[in-house]
Design a protein around this ligand. Structure first.
Ligand code: UDX
Length: 438
């Protein structure tokens, strides 16, 4: 089975590589020449554990190939996956220009039956637009060629992408024909060994499933952050509350961690886009508006706590920031809570010393280097610091040398934005310690 994957971002590259790993013949397509040249040499543009090895292995085995020219391979494949970006427009809706450009290119060049599958997160109704864009091009060419469109949203998480793809909880596929269903069943068949379920449905439902899943997860997080803030006021501990409610099977224990807000390329963008789609359809998604508002406020929670601790006199304070990426195991800074936080610290006149295991180049690009000192060692950030802010829970922060930290810091004050430290232990060592919801 031959498959083309258009777009070599997170989703496209992982999808292509994992299909190749399972034996499919895959060609990954991207308009970015530099990226494609690097990929051909086994250099991957993102940090994702395990991916580089798999790319190299499958390239060497000849099952994974790269090209910048979609037209040149379109008639060699049975299925084309579109995994190009859908960045937010100014009003929050998903920009479909890349998705539709791919569809037009397909329509301009296909000479035989094709199954065109959208993997990008796209609003309900996009498959119909893709179908029309392809058909319009075929009409211009006066050709009567059959094709199918399908929707196969991707649920992988950054930092665990390969594992998520190889061992999915489920695969959601929206199809319009038995032929499309049969082709996708065949492609995903090797993954059945891992006992996952493939759920077939209609195309709009598949498109909606992706948004609903991300919106539900974001809702859980904002809900827990809300409850955490209340826990602090009434003397409850959000960790205990989480254990208490998470053991109810109806609730489940995952995605209930309070913290300093969610970020990343999906939750913020998808929540906004779903609100927009709803309003266009005269539905007021009040819950999601609150989810977004709560998250915006939560991103500033560490700054608020710091301001209160220092009675709003932050000018000249040195603040150590541990973790800049939106979550561990990635260098992705999109909508990362650290962006707003560091900005607020700088504006308040603080000296910010920041450390992240891998996101520093990306952080420099986004934050600039004017008022921020980026350090290569996590302990260097603590020299003369008036506060240590833990923003991203990288593993290496979990068991630090408290004696060294105590010695380096000017003021022994820790703000733990991810609740990773034992409050009693840290306090007993002489630190002032604040966290979220405890
Ligand atoms: C998410 C979805 O999980 C994935 O299914 C979808 O395909 C893409 O969007 P991702 O953005 O990679 O994946 O990250 P995820 O691990 O879901 O974390 C998102 C954000 O939520 C992070 O900022 C994380 O710190 C935060 N989070 C997560 C919490 O604050 N609490 C939690 O309990 C879980």
């Amino acid at each position: 089975m031959k498959t083309a994957i258009v777009g070599t971002g997170y989703v496209g590259l992982v999808t292509g590589t994992c299909f190749a790993e399972m034996g499919a013949n895959v060609i990954c397509v991207d308009v970015d020449r530099t990226k494609i040249e690097k990929l051909k040499n086994g250099i991957i543009p993102i940090y994702e554990p395990g991916l580089e090895e798999l790319v190299k292995k499958n390239c060497n085995d000849g099952r994974l190939n790269f090209t910048t020219d979609l037209a040149s391979c379109i008639n060699d494949v049975d299925i084309v996956f579109s995994a190009v970006g859908t960045p937010p427009d100014e009003d929050g809706s998903a920009d479909l220009s890349y998705v539709l450009e791919v569809a037009r290119t397909i329509g301009r060049t296909m000479n035989k039956y094709l199954l065109v599958v959208t993997k990008s997160t796209v609003p309900v109704g996009t498959a119909a637009l893709v179908r029309k864009a392809i058909q319009d091009e075929l009409d211009i060419r006066n050709l009567d060629i059959q094709f199918d469109v399908a929707s196969n949203p991707e649920f992988l998480k950054e930092g665990n992408a390969v594992n998520d793809f190889m061992h999915p909880d489920r695969v959601v596929v929206g199809v319009e024909s038995e032929k499309a269903k049969a082709l996708l069943s065949r492609l995903y068949k090797p993954f059945l060994i891992n006992n996952f379920r493939i759920i077939f449905m209609d195309v709009p439902s598949a498109e909606m499933t992706k948004y609903a899943a991300n919106a539900m997860l974001a809702t859980r997080i904002s809900f827990m952050n809300n409850i955490a803030n209340l826990c602090e006021k009434v003397g409850a501990d959000i960790n205990m509350v989480r254990a208490g409610i998470g053991s109810d099977e109806r609730i489940g224990s995952k995605f209930l961690y309070a913290g300093c807000g969610y970020g990343g390329s999906c939750f913020p963008k998808d929540v906004r886009a779903l609100i927009k789609t709803a309003s266009e359809n005269d539905v007021d998604l009040e819950i999601l508006k609150a989810v977004e508002r709560v998250n915006d406020e939560q991103k500033m929670i560490l700054f608020k706590k710091l301001s209160a601790y220092y009675s709003n006199k932050l000018s000249g304070k040195t603040i150590a920031v541990w973790g800049l990426s939106f979550k561990p195991e990635t260098d992705d800074m999109r909508d990362a809570p650290s962006l707003l936080l560091v900005d607020a610290l700088v504006k308040a006149g603080c000296v910010v010393k920041a450390y992240d295991p891998i996101a520093i180049p990306e952080a420099k690009r986004r934050l600039g280097e004017d008022h921020i000192i980026f350090v290569d060692d996590m302990y260097d950030a603590l020299i003369d610091a008036d506060c240590l802010m833990l923003v991203t829970e990288w593993k290496q922060f979990r068991l630090p040398s408290w004696a060294v930290i105590r010695k380096l810091m000017k003021t022994p004050y820790i703000l733990d934005g991810r609740n990773i430290y034992d409050r009693e232990e840290v306090k007993a060592l002489g630190f002032d310690y604040e966290c979220i919801g405890r």
